[in-house]
Design a protein around this ligand. Structure first.
Ligand SMILES: Nc1ncnc2c1ncn2[C@@H]1O[C@H](COP(=O)(O)OP(=O)(O)OP(=O)(O)O)[C@@H](O)[C@H]1O
Ligand SMILES: [Mg+2]
Length: 329
């Protein structure tokens, strides 16, 4: 195809712009809190992107600015190349938002919530009714279409938020902690529908405190802490940078008072019969077992200490990490 363009003299189409591009975004609230201190990131079309960070990191502020609910202090935001500042309405039409707090009318019915929302975006009622059925079915809420929203369970309310955002067929769907407070079974159901939405071509950005959720769903991620991005890139390569692994070993009987020294590892008794081991990823676990065996310590079973993303997260965020960053700067 490229040669067609060359021979006809028609320039090849420009590479499609990022679904979201943010440059040096800053936000200082009236209270003086600097919620964003110069954040830059890019999300490719079709991506499933995680925005992670501890409480107060600035995630909702960032999402608020992208969805025009919060005024930025400075910086640039583009949605599929459309400048949010210069052409807000056009940018907003490309975007769907699932905010952190439930914000539909509890005394309306799901079908009406969806249809009225579409009407607000200028979608004709007949079309809105069709879409509402599709979205309620996808959200497994079709049998609740005409029940008062107030009577839905917590998980159903969260799914209704997603169904509503999908009514405008957004090209970029942004979800701020969509699964907060939802049990694991319902969460997995929501993952499935988010994967479907993504597979059908919608770019998704998600904030979550459940790291296994990000690990399971997202291809790329940014970790944000105190208004600064502390790490970003493909999930896989970030996890690969982790050079330390942690295990908990369940011991037969009691641990001796003096633990053996194994070079390159740290061994700590977390209680009388559990050993907490940290070791380089490249190291052979059998060496640890052999040394323990020689010291008369028999391992009955083992489990990994933490999810790897959690380890990365803990290492990059919080007091200690912030102090280190400041030192390095
Ligand atoms: N409307 C506001 N006025 C003043 N300060 C605010 C406002 N909204 C947020 N902040 C402050 O900005 C910082 C970032 O808050 P934000 O809500 O963006 O964090 P978050 O990463 O979404 O946290 P969480 O995980 O708890 O939802 C915090 O210090 C917060 O107190
Ligand atoms: Mg938030």
């Amino acid at each position: 195809m490229a040669s067609d363009h060359a021979s006809s003299g028609v320039p090849a189409p420009a590479a499609s712009p990022p679904a979201l591009s943010i440059r040096d975004l800053r936000k200082t609230y009236d209270t003086g809190v600097q919620a964003l201190k110069g954040v830059s990131l890019e999300v490719a079309p079709g991506d499933f992107y995680a925005l992670l960070g501890p409480n107060g990191a600035g995630k909702s502020t960032l999402i608020g600015i992208v969805s025009s609910l919060v005024n930025k202090t400075s910086g640039e935001v583009r949605v599929f190349g459309v400048d949010l500042h210069a052409d807000r309405d056009a940018a907003m039409r490309l975007l769907g938002l699932v905010p952190q707090e439930l914000n539909f009318n509890m005394f309306e019915k799901p079908r009406d919530i969806l249809v009225n929302y579409a009407g607000f975006y200028g979608i004709a009622r007949a079309e809105a009714l069709l879409r509402a059925e599709q979205e309620l079915r996808r959200a497994q809420l079709w049998d609740k279409a005409d029940s008062m929203a107030r009577t839905l369970s917590g998980g159903m309310k969260r799914r209704l938020m997603i169904a509503r955002a999908m009514m405008t067929r957004p090209r970029l769907l942004i979800l701020d902690e969509p699964t907060a407070g939802v049990d694991i079974e319902i969460r997995r159901g929501m993952w499935k529908s988010l994967r479907e939405i993504n597979a059908a071509g919608t770019t998704i950005i998600l904030t979550t405190h459940y790291l296994e959720e990000a690990e399971s769903l997202c291809r790329n991620l940014a970790i944000i802490d105190r208004g600064t991005i502390v790490q970003q890139g493909p999930m896989r390569s970030l996890l690969a940078t982790l050079d330390v692994e942690g295990f908990l070993l369940d011991i037969d009987g009691r641990l001796p008072p003096a633990l053996p020294q194994i070079e390159g590892t740290s061994l700590v008794a977390s209680d009388d019969h559990t050993l907490d081991v940290e070791m380089p990823r490249a190291m052979d676990l059998n060496r640890v077992f052999a040394s323990l065996d020689a010291a008369g310590i028999r391992v009955r079973s083992m489990r990994t200490k933490s999810n790897r993303l959690e380890e990365l997260f803990v290492r990059l965020t919080g007091e200690e990490a912030a102090a280190k960053r400041e030192q390095a700067a």
